[in-house]
Design a protein around this ligand. Structure first.
Ligand code: SF4
Length: 350
């Protein structure tokens, strides 16, 4: 089994990736980077949601120049996403960027790779090499006929060698595809091949619902196998949702503790109250509670009390009423209309 702790460690601003560092959650702004106010506003929203590292698209000089002002406005670790133009990498490096995502094989020659590697080394800026199945080199597509783990690994190895040649080793690696099985197989092979920390993600996964499912299966499988040091859930949605999904994946995998763990039953023919509505309202209200607790909302007195007793706070539904249980002890039975407010008040007042 792969061991994420045995990867090299890099530092992105104040956040470590790799080795024994906590697995970080990343997202990417979808604002125009040159619109400093809009970008800072989105960075703040991502920070509040629990994001650890934010990536910004740098398609042109205007965006690269904006990094200076953005840097002044936030302490969030920032990554510049750059394709093809090495001069943009040098510009953001001078303006306080914390990491650069660039593929050295795509920037047009040895001297340019050396310029970027030297500048990043001088400033302690790590580089993420991002291999994507959709943009594999023609040579590899001809050799392997289609994107496959071996082709992805060979592409990554080529990019890595270009940096290592210039004594640059602060590298992080991603190998994303839009297929969950292909992504998982590729990262498995990467974890056996490279000593560098892995940035996990399934790319182009779709909108919020399907994207969250695909990312959960792909990223979750790898995390449970001990693979992966930082994650990004890619959704065609508000980036804040990517962060929430990422944190939830880490919690589900048992890799991040803290906050409210919410449990509710799936409902069945024994359910006597409007549990779906109640569970949704409780889940929403407990999100604002900053406590390391388990909260259970169960539909009946058959399985409900047992599960509710295991939780710190629980509700077990009856006919138009419900039992509130706190740390295994029954607090009381309340009419349905009062249950939600009483339950939240009990948790908050403790
Ligand atoms: Fe059905 Fe009760 Fe189980 Fe909920 S807890 S699924 S209502 S048996």
């Amino acid at each position: 089994m792969a061991d994420r702790d045995n990867t090299r460690k890099i530092k992105v601003g104040g956040v470590e990736i790799g080795g024994n560092a906590q697995i970080s959650v990343q997202s990417m702004c979808n604002t125009k980077t040159w619109d400093v106010d809009a970008t800072l506003s989105q960075i703040r929203a991502l920070q509040v949601a629990g994001c650890d590292i934010v990536r910004l698209a740098i398609p042109d000089e205007k965006s690269a120049l904006a990094i200076e002002k953005i840097r002044e406005g936030t302490d969030m670790p920032l990554v510049a996403d750059i394709h093809f133009d090495y001069r943009l990498a040098l510009m953001v490096a001078e303006r306080g960027i914390d990491k650069i995502r660039i593929n050295p094989g795509n920037i047009g020659g040895e001297d340019k790779v050396k310029a970027v590697a030297d500048e990043c080394k001088k400033r302690g800026i790590p580089i993420r090499i991002g291999v994507n199945a959709g943009s594999l080199e023609n040579r590899l597509l001809e050799k392997y006929s289609h994107p496959c783990p071996e082709a992805m690994i060979e592409s990554a190895a080529d990019h890595i060698k270009m940096l290592e040649k210039h004594d640059f080793f602060d590298i992080c690696l991603s190998l994303k595809t839009s297929s969950v099985p292909l992504t998982v197989d590729t990262y498995r092979l990467a974890s056996e091949t490279f000593p560098y920390p892995l940035h996990l993600g399934v790319t182009e996964t779709g909108t919020e619902y399907m994207g969250t499912i695909q990312s959960s299966v792909g990223i979750g499988t790898l995390l449970m196998e001990g693979i992966g040091n930082t994650i990004r859930v890619s959704l065609t949605a508000d980036p804040v949702k990517e962060v929430k999904a990422g944190i939830s994946i880490l919690k589900a995998a048992g890799l991040r503790k803290g906050g409210v763990k919410f449990v509710s039953c799936p409902t069945c023919g024994r359910t006597e109250i409007d549990l779906i509505s109640l569970a949704n309202q409780v889940e929403k209200r407990v999100q604002a509670i900053d406590k390391d607790i388990t909260v259970a909302v169960m539909g009946c007195v058959v399985n409900g009390p047992g599960e509710a007793r295991e939780a710190d706070y629980g509700i077990a539904g009856g006919v138009d009423k419900g039992l509130i249980i706190k740390k295994g002890e029954i607090v009381g039975t309340y009419p349905y209309d009062e249950l939600l407010d009483r339950f939240i008040a009990i948790i908050e007042n403790d």
